[in-house]
Write a protein that binds this ligand. Structure first.
Ligand SMILES: *Cc1c(COP(=O)(O)O)cnc(C)c1O
Length: 482
């Protein structure tokens, strides 16, 4: 989005694209919504899309594609081996990241499986700025453990620290000195740190991490799934890079990384993934896992159409006016909510707007799942589907006790180029109404609680008749309005 000043001085993110294909949406009436969430066991994962107005569950695989991406998909070369499509994607990776060797994989976690199987063994320790769910799972599965070396700012809900995704360098040195470099096959940096609110690391911080890695001979692995947001924030917030192009910043990041992997469901706005490196030795080690788990080396489980879309999507990621759409819409939403006192995670990150449920519904104990209750309540009053990131997403300990989460967040993801500003304004409006009526929101309890990944499939119910009280107040205030 261009830096356009409005005559009335309102700060509005202005889209640098037009919409040429649309998909019809429904907004079912509130009576139907309350029934739908009841049937979904108060779990937004179990809602049917036809009952959802704005789907803000995730940004994975749901970003809008461009006309050029769609056109490229028509030209895809479908052959088992020797595909032209693969060559195009490989060349684009080479051009943008400067990496000679590219391995395709069906999505981000598949890359993590390959990297973990190649490098992680029993007793391995992997330092990182913050974990991602699938990353952690693959490292643990291979006998390793994860050490998160985030700074003191990272978990503060309200902060003005621009780079909450930074790694604490002193902690990294300590860790290496405590365990020894031989236990540490690689250091992992995650761009646009997903689980702490899409928060970036600074390029200065990455240089410092690299310096330590060089000193001890440790590889540096970059998870570039949310790189687009991180690129934008580096250019926006880091003085030294204000005059650098996105392409130059990307190259500097890539040159500091020994291995880069990404989820094409996010980076490149398509579906798929891949790993690249300049080391032939590393490439040869990982290669066999691609043929074993993914597919032949020229597609790695991806459809050639998606590979074409990723190649074009990567090129479009080099356009600042493309990658700033998400962060600027999110910043707009965060600022509007903050002005009215709604507790949100600051500074605004990429990925989505994160509401602090611990404060929003501070009358609910964590054992009644405040973030889950808030997600259900927001769906009831708006038809908007968000994702709980709190105690519900944790697992009970071996004695069956709740593991209380550090933060209780409702994540409202902002798929890129998908929603309009009026839809975002609608979301803000309904959240503000809900905030004024937050005392009506009650807790949740499990009816059917799976042992693993309970947040995906678990079914809950309201601890009282609060949903119908919420509906009554909504109808009193909004009359016939949906
Ligand atoms: C989504 C994501 C992954 C996993 O990618 P999938 O394509 O969903 O398997 C890994 N790392 C980060 C930071 C992500 O956001």
């Amino acid at each position: 989005m261009l830096n356009i000043k409005f005559y009335n001085e309102e700060k509005i993110p202005l889209e640098m694209h037009k919409v040429r294909i649309v998909q019809k949406l429904n907004l079912p009436p509130i009576e139907q919504r309350v029934k739908a969430i009841e049937e979904a066991g108060y779990n937004t994962f179990l809602l049917k899309n036809r009952d959802v107005y704005l789907d803000m569950l995730t940004d994975s695989g749901v970003n809008a594609m461009s006309d050029k991406q769609q056109a490229a998909m028509m030209e895809a070369d479908d052959s088992y081996a020797g595909s032209e499509t693969f060559t195009r994607l490989e060349n684009k990776i080479k051009e943008i990241f400067g990496k000679e060797y590219f391995l395709p994989a069906h999505q981000g976690r598949a890359c993590e499986n390959i990297i973990a199987q190649t490098f992680v063994e029993k007793g391995s320790i992997i330092p990182m700025n913050y974990h991602f769910t699938t990353t952690l799972a693959h490292i643990v599965l291979n006998g390793g453990s994860v050490k998160e070396l985030f700074t003191n700012e990272a978990l503060k809900v309200r902060s003005d620290y621009p780079f909450k995704g930074n790694m604490d360098i002193a902690k990294l040195r300590d860790l290496i000195e405590t365990y020894g470099a031989e236990k540490i096959p690689f250091v992992r940096l995650e761009a646009g740190t997903n689980l702490i609110g899409g928060q970036p690391f600074s390029l200065e911080n990455m240089h410092e991490v690299r310096k330590v890695c060089d000193e001890f001979g440790i590889l540096l692995v970059l998870d570039a799934s949310l790189l687009a947001d991180n690129l934008y924030f580096i250019k926006e917030r880091e003085e030294k890079y204000k005059t650098k192009s996105i392409r130059e910043i990307t190259r500097e990041i890539a040159d500091l990384s020994d291995i880069i992997y990404f989820s094409g469901r996010k980076l490149g706005s398509a579906r798929g993934g891949g790993i690249c490196t300049n080391s032939k030795e590393i490439y040869m080690k990982m290669r066999e896992y691609v043929t074993l788990y993914e597919g032949f080396l020229t597609y790695g489980g991806m459809s050639v159409r998606e590979m074409e879309a990723i190649a074009v999507g990567l090129e479009e990621t080099m356009d600042e006016n493309m990658i700033n759409q998400g962060p600027q819409f999110i910043a707009y939403m965060v600022e509007e909510l903050q002005k009215k006192g709604v507790p949100v995670v600051t500074p605004a990150g990429g990925l989505g707007c994160h509401i602090d449920a611990m404060e929003f519904v501070d009358h609910l104990p964590q054992t009644e799942y405040p973030a889950g209750a808030l997600a259900a309540a927001l769906y009831i009053v708006s038809g908007i589907r968000g994702m709980e990131r709190g105690t519900l997403s944790e697992q009970r300990d071996e004695n069956g006790n709740e593991t209380l989460a550090n933060m209780e967040l409702l994540r409202l993801a902002m798929p890129r180029r998908v929603f309009t500003l009026s839809q975002v304004k609608y979301a803000i409006d309904r959240i503000l109404w809900l905030y004024e009526n937050r005392n009506l929101i009650g807790g949740l309890k499990f009816v059917d609680e799976p042992k693993v990944l309970r947040f995906f499939f678990g079914r809950l119910t309201a601890t009282s008749d609060w949903p119908s009280k919420l509906v009554n107040k909504f109808k009193a205030d909004f009359g016939d309005s949906l």
